[in-house]
Design a protein around this ligand. Structure first.
Ligand SMILES: Nc1ncnc2c1ncn2[C@@H]1O[C@H](COP(=O)(O)OP(=O)(O)O)[C@@H](O)[C@H]1O
Ligand SMILES: C[C@@](O)(CCOP(=O)(O)O)CC(=O)O
Ligand SMILES: [Mg+2]
Length: 365
């Protein structure tokens, strides 16, 4: 028996970090996915291990089921319909299970993802032998939500074998979870994301679970529909960073300067709400597409300024900002910052300009 699940990455258009402190944020899923295949051995295979293959990393981990049972004995019978947080004790046992695998030092950043896998698997599927294969189109640790995508795809694969879930909707050739099941999936993915991020807001796993665009505040999701043909260029600075450390850094700053940081978070809240209103405003209202894009550019610049004051920008991000500004294009970091990816709005008039250039070449030759 085998199942394959996929979950998308995301971009945050406005509100990263501040969303952890209760501000509104706006995010969109992107069409880059993480894929998880779950396979149970037959009795003839005589295989009593849990295997995790990370194909893109060319790594394979394997634990005897008896060892996992011994380490996580407190878990008892799995209860897929009730998402549970990993206790400090269970986290210690999982850390020992991961350590036994001797992950190469250069790939130590994978330890949190492997830990989330162990927690989700043991909690949802219990102590059954299986092989889980992960592949991803997303760059890891770059702000495009690879941690949430793997948690959603793992939870989806594990839950799909559980009686408490109904999967019958056809979506682009894939079976989809029914709406009422998405909440359960999202809550499990959030538990995994907590292991990677420490203190996630939940926006990444939510947009990866529900897809399309969302507005998110204090754990509450509003699904939104864009009426603007927004085009974003994503530039990866390729500077690695760790979301958990950056999120913790912002929290420490807000403990040191609570009043000032509250103003920063409130300003971000207003920016996200305004952005969401513009995106959803009907075509043909008072503002033209160009006027709406100009407003969005200004909001992106203000959001970037506030992210700088939270301490999460980086020299590599500033270089992208300066470069795009030369072409009068507005940019902001997306995700946790400290490196990672930068978003640049490509206004429709630019696309028209490029098209004209392409066509003029055809005309000349
Ligand atoms: N395909 C994957 N395989 C293994 N671990 C993964 C995978 N995708 C994400 N992770 C885990 O998530 C971490 C990256 O998460 P994070 O720092 O939040 O950045 P982002 O979510 O922006 O990619 C990785 O270091 C790893 O632990
Ligand atoms: C910084 C934050 O707002 C987004 C982090 O996104 P990413 O893991 O860098 O893709 C954290 C969160 O909301 O959980
Ligand atoms: Mg992440």
């Amino acid at each position: 028996m085998e199942v394959k699940a996929r979950a998308p990455g995301k971009i945050i258009l406005s509100g990263e970090h501040a969303v952890v402190h209760g501000s509104t944020a706006v995010a969109s899923s992107i069409n880059l996915y993480t894929y998880v295949t779950l396979r149970f051995p037959t009795p003839a295979d005589n295989d009593d291990t849990l295997k995790l293959q990370l194909n893109d990393m060319a790594l394979e981990f394997s634990w005897p089921i008896a060892r996992i049972k011994e380490a996580l004995s407190e878990l008892g019978i799995p209860n897929p319909s009730t998402p549970a947080s990993c206790s400090i004790e269970a986290m210690k046992s999982i850390a020992a299970l991961v350590e036994e695998q001797n992950i190469p030092e250069a790939k130590n950043f994978l330890a949190s993802g492997v830990s989330a896998f162990l927690w989700l698997y043991a909690s949802i599927q219990g102590f059954k032998p299986a092989t889980v294969v992960v592949t991803s189109e997303l760059p890891l640790g770059s702000g495009l939500g690879s941690s949430a995508a793997i948690c959603v795809a793992l939870s989806a694969a594990f839950l799909s074998f559980s009686d408490s879930v109904n999967i019958d909707l056809n979506h682009q050739g894939w079976l989809a979870f029914a709406d009422e099941e998405l909440d359960l999936l999202n809550r499990w993915a959030f538990e995994g994301e907590k292991i990677v991020h420490g203190r996630p807001s939940g926006i990444d796993n939510t947009v990866s679970t529900y897809g399309n665009m969302i507005q998110f505040k204090s754990g509450n999701l509003t699904r939104i529909r864009s009426n603007l043909p927004l085009k974003m260029l994503i530039t990866n600075t390729k500077v690695g960073r760790n979301t958990k450390a950056l999120v913790a850094g912002v929290s420490e700053r807000s403990l040191r300067h609570p009043d000032a940081m509250n103003f920063v978070f409130n300003a971000v809240d207003s920016i996200s709400k305004e952005l969401s209103t513009i995106i959803q405003s009907p075509i043909g209202d008072d503002l033209s597409v160009t006027q709406k894009e100009e407003k969005i550019e200004e909001l992106m610049e203000m959001n970037q300024g506030l992210l700088q004051s939270m301490g999460v920008s980086h020299a590599s991000i500033e270089t992208v900002l300066r470069t795009t500004l030369k072409y009068k294009l507005a940019s902001k970091l997306t995700g946790a910052g400290g490196g990672g990816c930068v978003l640049t709005l490509l206004p429709n008039c630019i696309l028209l300009f490029c098209l004209c250039r392409i066509f003029s070449k055809f005309l000349i030759f």
